[in-house]
Design a protein around this ligand. Structure first.
Ligand code: PLP
Length: 470
């Protein structure tokens, strides 16, 4: 059988992506022409020679970047979007619908409801109109909305999150004028349940924030144990799954999968946030917030003379803190999920190799004595450090490895990230160093591209070359 032509990720799929974009522009222009000819106003004419000079400068300036697309970029949580997302985004952007209201673009508003329904189903939330949710410009804004609803449903009460939760929770609580109580974490970076029970016992907290995949280490809070504790105290549960939410697709305890129980318990929580612009293959500008009970819509009520809700159907601007939102974001996610659906074999198959890569690299790190594994990876983030006696030496060797890896010629470069730890956190994980300084940097790699799986041997060799014996 002849091989089917496919659209690959960049740069392998550059030709096919170019063809598809060409086609998108032509077809959207043809739709525009159905409305009759428009004489373009000369004020917006741009000479092609100037355009070429300007785009050449743009491309030149964009070379000042790190190779996020390459498996040897094993640093922060960054990668280019899937080409299908680019096609979806560009095609819709040519029209530029605004998902604030159905009147701003009925097609992309319908796509948004469709993808939000798929995300809700992934987490086991009730079908529409049972749940409520929409896309946001980021995980931060999505969490802001969830904490806003937390405040409205439990006025005067605090929120609590783990000490390793994303820093925006404390910041958003400050913005909302509510108290945020940090609960300590245990030796694996997850919320300490006894400490949580004690905090909730004081009666100040109205909503607890569980994180399924911390941004630093990918630690998954035990949502299945947090929910019964919270319920006993009459407290709501919000889940920050901004980073790790899509791991729900491989939450199956299989080799290469992730621990299932916390993910299954999200179905029992009050709200959840996830970032399709992290593991959902989207360009930046795509977060999502979902509420299990659509009744929270009452907290968003607003009315203004310049909005233009022309029907009684749900307009997404009625249930969002943000006003204008790009319809192109919904189109990009919709098109991506049409092709890589929210199943174990769809998007799950994109996440599993990165998880496998983390397990494999962690095993290699542990097998030698040049490096130490900070803690076993729960998702696809590995934290490790050069084996040295003093914390100051670990810090210096980590920083030197980061700098040296980036300084190599492009085809040999290795891009890592650092993560700051303190003495108690090291000791809790069984690392007994001379604590000659209170904190120090270790190394951290987010293995969020499926290509990372095959690259682990090369990554490990490169890393050993960078850390040497100090
Ligand atoms: C990334 C992240 C956020 C913030 O989301 P942005 O999209 O960067 O605003 C919040 N929580 C967690 C757990 C994250 O990983």
């Amino acid at each position: 059988m002849p091989e089917q032509p496919v659209l690959r990720t960049m740069p392998a799929g550059a030709i096919e992506l170019g063809d598809q974009l060409h086609r998108a522009v032509a077809e959207m222009a043809s739709w525009m022409r159905e409305y009759g000819d428009v004489a373009a106003h000369s004020s917006q004419d741009v000479p092609l020679s100037e355009l070429e000079a300007a785009t050449a400068e743009l491309r030149h300036r964009l070379r000042d970047n790190y190779p996020f697309h390459h498996p040897r970029y094993a640093g922060q949580m960054l990668k280019p979007p899937h080409p299908a997302a680019v096609i979806g985004y560009v095609t819709a952007m040519l029209v530029n619908p605004n998902n604030h209201a159905l009147d701003g673009g009925p097609a992309t508003a319908a796509m948004e409801k469709d993808v939000v329904g798929q995300l809700a189903a992934m987490f086991g939330f009730p079908e529409a109109p049972g749940h409520l949710g929409h896309l946001t410009s980021s995980g931060t804004i999505a969490n802001l909305e969830a904490l806003f609803v937390a405040r409205e449903t439990h006025p005067g009460k605090a929120i609590s999150h783990s000490a390793d939760a994303h820093y925006t929770h404390a910041r958003m609580a400050h913005l909302l004028g509510i108290e945020a109580v940090a609960v300590p974490t245990t030796a694996d970076g997850t919320m300490d349940l006894d400490a949580l029970d004690a905090v909730l016992g004081q009666g100040r907290v109205g909503t607890v924030v569980a994180t399924t995949g911390t941004t630093g280490l990918g630690a998954v809070d035990p949502v299945h144990e947090i929910v019964p504790i919270a319920r006993r105290h009459g407290v709501r549960v919000h889940v920050d799954a901004a980073y790790g939410g899509f791991f729900r697709l491989i939450a199956d305890d299989q080799p290469g999968g992730v621990v299932a129980a916390p993910y299954l318990a999200i179905a029992d929580c009050d709200s959840v946030v996830l970032d399709p612009h992290k593991h959902g293959l989207q360009p930046y500008g795509c977060g999502a917030v979902l509420f299990r009970d659509a009744g929270v819509a009452q907290h968003y009520l607003h009315d203004s003379p310049y909005t233009y809700f022309t029907s009684d159907d749900l307009h997404l601007g009625e249930i969002s803190i943000e006003c204008s939102r790009a319809g192109a974001v919904a189109a990009a996610l919709w098109l991506t999920l049409r092709l890589l659906p929210l199943t174990a074999d769809g998007l799950g198959a994109v996440l599993r190799p990165g998880r496998q890569a983390a397990l494999d690299w962690a095993a290699r790190i542990e097998a030698g004595d040049e490096l130490r594994l900070y803690q076993p990876p729960q998702l696809d983030i590995v934290a490790y450090f050069p084996n040295r006696q003093r914390l100051s030496e670990v810090d210096a060797a980590s920083a030197a490895a980061l700098a040296a890896g980036m300084a190599r010629p492009p085809a040999e470069s290795l891009h890592l990230a650092t993560y700051t730890v303190d003495g108690p956190a090291l000791a809790a994980r069984g690392h007994h160093l001379d604590l000659d300084v209170p904190t120090g940097r270790i190394l951290r790699s987010v293995l969020m591209k499926p290509e990372h799986e095959a690259a682990v041997p090369e990554l490990h060799r490169g890393l050993l070359g960078l850390v040497g014996r100090g």
